[in-house]
Design a binder for this molecule. Structure first.
Ligand code: AMP
Ligand code: ZN
Length: 114
């Protein structure tokens, strides 16, 4: 966990501009954006993936939906639409082993994803 980049970002050890922060989550821009808007919602607590959701952390993780809604309204892409993605494990291409939502907006998003 000490070497986890998202733990460092979310807990303020790496200077990052947050679009949103509360006691449980931060939202910031993805370093390698795949759309005009590409944000990451990251919990401050180290949870590797959906495979590690349990009765304890599910209580605050559920609030991620409220946070995404709030951020989409704040930036205005709630009107045009957006996509949320959570990659889990090897086949999904999950690179960072700390659970996170991708939030993509600002262009037509193709389906199915690659
Ligand atoms: P995933 O493949 O779902 O694990 O996605 C990891 C995402 O984190 C990728 O889209 C990266 O571009 C992004 N990323 C990695 N390191 C950073 C960083 N330091 N700041 C912002 N985004 C990052
Ligand atoms: Zn972490």
């Amino acid at each position: 966990m000490k070497e986890c980049i998202f733990c460092k970002i979310a807990n303020g050890y790496l200077k990052t501009d947050f679009i949103f922060e509360d006691e449980n989550f931060v939202v910031f821009k993805d370093l390698n954006p795949q759309a005009p808007v590409h944000l990451l919602l990251v919990p401050k607590q180290h949870i590797v993936s959906i495979n590690d959701v349990d009765d304890e952390n599910k209580k605050f993780l559920a609030n991620s939906f409220v946070t995404i809604k709030h951020v989409s309204q704040k930036l205005g892409f709630d009107k045009t639409g957006y996509r949320t993605v959570i990659n889990t494990g090897k086949d999904s291409g999950q690179e960072v082993q700390h659970i996170h939502f991708h939030i993509l907006a600002g262009r037509k998003l193709g389906w199915p994803p690659g």
